[in-house]
Design a protein around this ligand. Structure first.
Ligand code: AMP
Ligand code: ZN
Length: 459
């Protein structure tokens, strides 16, 4: 299995630390708002990575954190705490905010058929571990204290730029967006921030340095080492994490332990809105799975499918036509699968090998979809095609096995409403058609209109 490693900037053969076991850490959401579909693109890519590892026979231990404290409005340890700011805005406690958006995030994952991590870990549940790590760094002379916290001195860590491959001067220039005159170097980052003297924070803890809260980066170092032990194989996130978050994670972890932190660093490119504009949570103008797909009666798995059509290392542009095209393509795939009948034959080894070959070539999903299409058009028997596509679905995760079962299990009441809706559509009574679609949705079924057929799925 070959993967592009940001650390070496090459496509490398993947070799886990322990035979056939993989430790996978994926940076999770900051839970002060809903995840947008850009964030979700990253989580789909990570899900594919995990499924491909499993498809290759690896046993994956997957850890994902929940950032529920310490991520400030500026990425460079300045500004307000995103969590506490959202609490003020919404009139809830910071804890309630974290809980609410964590649940919303888990629903997004379920809607996209993303396999949950084996271990979820919250920053606020692991404060002693973070304090421990900072103490180790302090003992080794990597830290210093200024008026608002304890900082990591990046000039003391050799090779600070090894992940980003940027010149130190460029990284420092990037860090100057938020100037803190007391820092020794622009790239230095907070390990522990002090609570303000004049105000009480909702989330704060005692520490050897005074009452405060951990910096954003330290949680991922502390929790990945706690839960994965020495099996630090793969660490993932979006490309925005390369220059700051992951660079700082590497510096503080390797400084503390003297050992290499994670062998493979894999990053997913961004989802952009038209014109190459980045979709960002903090911009407050972002699209959610709920608004763009679910509320419109569009199966959210169409987004999963859409993301397959762009390689994870290439930027993907969001537009409505793209969504429609993916919806149609997925609808066609589902129709084809339904058309194969019920008999499950044998998995075709040639096609399985082709599928595996492109997946193992740095997760080439556009090519994997091409193999799926080719297989379905081939002269294999329907029963063998069905067995093969159901096997492929272990990676695709489109729930094709369920599609087959539900096809025969749609309740009478829903079937009647669907018929009524088809009638309304024929009469171009779009208002009634939408009303019926909502009714059907409330009964737990999603309607998808493909050019020549209406497909019904459990929502
Ligand atoms: P956050 O909740 O902001 O910490 O981000 C969660 C994950 O989404 C991280 O892995 C980010 O790198 C990633 N991410 C943020 N914005 C985008 C985007 N527009 N497209 C793809 N991934 C993104
Ligand atoms: Zn992280």
């Amino acid at each position: 299995m070959k993967l592009y490693n940001t650390l070496t900037r090459t496509i490398e053969e993947f070799k886990p630390i322990k035979d056939k076991k993989v430790g996978l850490y994926t940076c999770g959401p900051t839970v002060y708002n809903f995840a947008h579909i850009g964030n979700l693109r990253t989580y789909i890519f990570e899900d594919i990575l995990k499924r491909v590892l499993q498809y290759n026979g690896y046993k994956v231990k997957h850890v994902m954190n929940i950032t529920d404290v310490g991520h400030l409005t500026g990425d460079r340890d300045m500004g307000e705490d995103k969590q506490e700011k959202a609490a003020q805005k919404e009139g809830k406690t910071a804890w309630e905010i974290a809980d609410f958006y964590t649940q919303a995030f888990k629903k997004d994952l379920a809607d996209l058929n993303i396999i949950e991590p084996d271990i979820w870990c919250k920053a606020t549940d692991n404060i002693p571990e973070q304090i421990d790590l900072i103490e180790k760094l302090e003992a080794k002379g990597y830290t210093y204290k200024i008026s608002d916290g304890i900082y990591f001195d990046t000039s003391k860590f050799q090779d600070y730029t090894k992940l980003s491959h940027q010149k130190l001067a460029d990284l420092q220039e990037g860090a100057r967006v938020e100037v803190n005159e007391e820092k020794r170097n622009p790239t230095d980052f907070a390990l522990w921030k002090f609570s303000p003297k004049d105000a009480k924070r909702q989330m704060e803890w005692d520490s050897p340095w005074g009452i405060g809260f951990p910096g954003w980066h330290i949680e991922c170092s502390a929790m990945s080492m706690k839960f994965l032990g020495r099996e630090l194989d793969i660490h993932c996130g979006g490309v925005d994490h390369i220059a700051v978050h992951h660079t700082n994670e590497i510096a503080q972890s390797e400084a503390a332990t003297g050992k290499k932190f994670f062998n493979y660093w894999i990053h997913g490119e961004f989802l952009n809105i038209a014109g190459g504009k980045k979709m960002a949570k903090s911009a407050d103008n972002f699209l959610t799975l709920e608004n763009v797909f679910i509320k419109q009666g569009i199966n959210p798995l169409a987004y999963r499918y859409a993301s397959f059509l762009t390689h994870y290392r290439k930027p993907m542009e969001y537009n409505e036509e793209g969504v429609q095209a993916a919806l149609n393509a997925m609808g066609n795939l589902i129709k084809q699968v339904i058309g194969l009948g019920k008999k499950v034959g044998e998995i075709n080894i040639d096609y399985k090998n082709k599928f595996l070959e492109v997946l193992n070539d740095d997760l080439n999903m556009p090519q994997a979809i091409a193999v799926v299409q080719k297989m379905l058009k081939s002269d294999l028997s329907d029963a063998d095609k069905l067995a093969t596509i159901l096997d492929f679905d272990k990676v695709l995760g489109l729930g094709l096995d369920k599609v087959k079962k539900e096809q025969i299990e749609i309740p009478k009441e829903v079937q009647e409403l669907v018929k009524e809706r088809e009638e309304a559509r024929k009469n171009k009574d779009w208002g009634k058609s939408d009303e019926l679609r909502d009714k059907i949705w409330k009964l737990g079924y999603l309607i998808e209109d493909t050019p020549d057929k209406t497909v019904i799925k459990k929502s």
